[in-house]
Design a binder for this molecule. Structure first.
Ligand SMILES: *[C@@H]1O[C@H](CO)[C@@H](O)[C@H](O)[C@H]1NC(C)=O
Ligand SMILES: *[C@@H]1O[C@H](CO)[C@@H](O)[C@H](O)[C@H]1NC(C)=O
Ligand SMILES: *[C@@H]1O[C@H](CO)[C@@H](O)[C@H](O)[C@H]1NC(C)=O
Length: 370
């Protein structure tokens, strides 16, 4: 997900997508590298998804350290998150930002300096470490990474810039980006409503900033969906609705038929002044009153992102959001830190009924194989 900070001009979003198209056209034909092997392991006997505490959602992998997904799984992510875009020839790929500079400290690493490039995009020079210099993985490879994990790891793909993609990419038979997106999920067995047996086997949340995409997708799959909510100054990209409209009680009452939760930028839940938190808004209480989960974004360890109330302590920030605000999931760039915090403060209870049932069924199936 790419949030728009209020300081960042809106047109950057458009530039981002245009750049990705430029790069992807350059790249197409260069996917001759071996693909990540498609899933081989069965889901049997895997440690289940934890569902007793808020979800640890790895924002684009363990992004604070390295922009990749496998590390996040080792560090304890419940869900791995990614943006999904389409290449000009219709393949769904995982795509992050135009450059890695915006979201990582990669610019501080001398060893990457020679990878800096400048491309002229829409009359402006954009310099940085282009994602194209790192391998882009396909949506299917991303799914394979999750399915191959040695425990159940959910996926949290974003239908990214659907209006733009549907304008610029054409699929056979008039299919839309959303159709291809859902077909891919179904092909790999992602189905079922939130907490259903199918969902627990292969958990997924479908996220988008575009309400119409989610409405459309709700006709195709009952997998749970999350409506992302941008800064208060930014209207929705397809329905041009204001922040106030889509966070009103009337709207939440409507959208809860489509989505299981919302994903707001955290600074809109607790507004910030002079880098200090101010009084929290009622958004979380309102959402919970409509049985909607709240998964805010994005939690980051770096000093420059931690508001001064937290005294440069990311654990203090997690404590505040989990125990004072009471959110249901957190998009984090530092999955390892959130995991440690949750293990210290809310460790797994092995005596819980579901853990016990899982152990018994593992034992039985191990016995059956002999
Ligand atoms: C971008 O950089 C190139 C090379 O330095 C320069 O020739 C060009 O005029 C620049 N374009 C813009 C829009 O600044
Ligand atoms: C959902 O599907 C029905 C039946 O195919 C169709 O009539 C309706 O327009 C669809 N709704 C949306 C929002 O796409
Ligand atoms: C979006 O809504 C704003 C405020 O109502 C309006 O000024 C603007 O023209 C609308 N934009 C589009 C593309 O409809």
């Amino acid at each position: 997900m790419t949030e728009s900070f209020s300081s960042r001009p809106i047109f950057m979003g458009v530039v981002t997508v245009l750049v990705s198209f430029v790069l992807l056209s350059l790249l197409s034909g260069s996917l001759g590298r071996p693909l990540y092997p498609l899933p081989s392991k069965l889901n049997k006997d895997k440690r289940p998804l934890q569902t007793f505490r808020p979800y640890n959602i790895a924002h684009r992998g363990s992004n604070g350290e390295l922009p990749e997904e496998t590390r996040a799984i080792e560090e304890g992510a419940d869900f791995i998150e990614t943006d999904i875009l389409a290449s000009k020839d219709g393949f769904l790929i995982c795509f992050h930002d135009v450059t890695l500079d915006d979201t990582t400290d990669v610019a501080d690493h001398k060893e990457f300096r020679d990878r800096k490039r400048t491309y002229e995009v829409q009359g402006a020079n954009v310099t940085g470490l282009f994602v194209g210099r790192f391998p882009i993985i396909t949506f299917e490879e991303f799914i394979a990474i999750a399915l191959d994990a040695n425990r159940v790891v959910g996926i949290y793909p974003e239908i990214k810039n659907p209006v733009f993609i549907n304008q610029h990419v054409k699929w056979p038979n008039g299919k839309m980006f959303e159709d291809i997106f859902v077909e891919t999920l179904l092909r790999y067995g992602y189905k079922g409503s939130y907490m259903s047996k199918d969902w627990l086997k292969q958990p997924v949340f479908i996220q988008s900033f575009a309400p119409l995409s989610l409405v459309y997708v709700s006709n195709l799959t009952d997998s749970p969906k999350i409506l992302l909510i941008d800064d208060i100054t930014i209207p929705t990209q397809d329905t041009n609705q204001s922040y106030w409209e889509i966070t009103s009680n009337i709207y939440l009452e409507y959208i809860k038929e489509i989505v299981v939760g919302i994903g707001p930028w955290k600074d809109t839940i607790v507004p910030v002044r002079d880098n200090y938190l101010t009084t929290p808004t009622e958004l979380v209480a309102k959402a919970h009153a409509h049985d909607l989960q709240v998964h805010p974004y994005t939690y980051r360890n770096e000093n420059k992102f931690l508001h001064l109330d937290f005294h440069q302590d990311p654990y203090a920030e997690y404590d505040y959001w989990l125990n004072t605000i009471g959110v249901d999931g957190l998009f984090t760039d530092f999955t390892g830190s959130l995991h440690k915090y949750q293990e210290w403060t809310s460790p797994k209870d092995d005596r819980s009924a579901s853990a016990l049932l899982h152990r018994i069924s593992s034992l039985l199936s191990a016995y059956g194989r002999q």
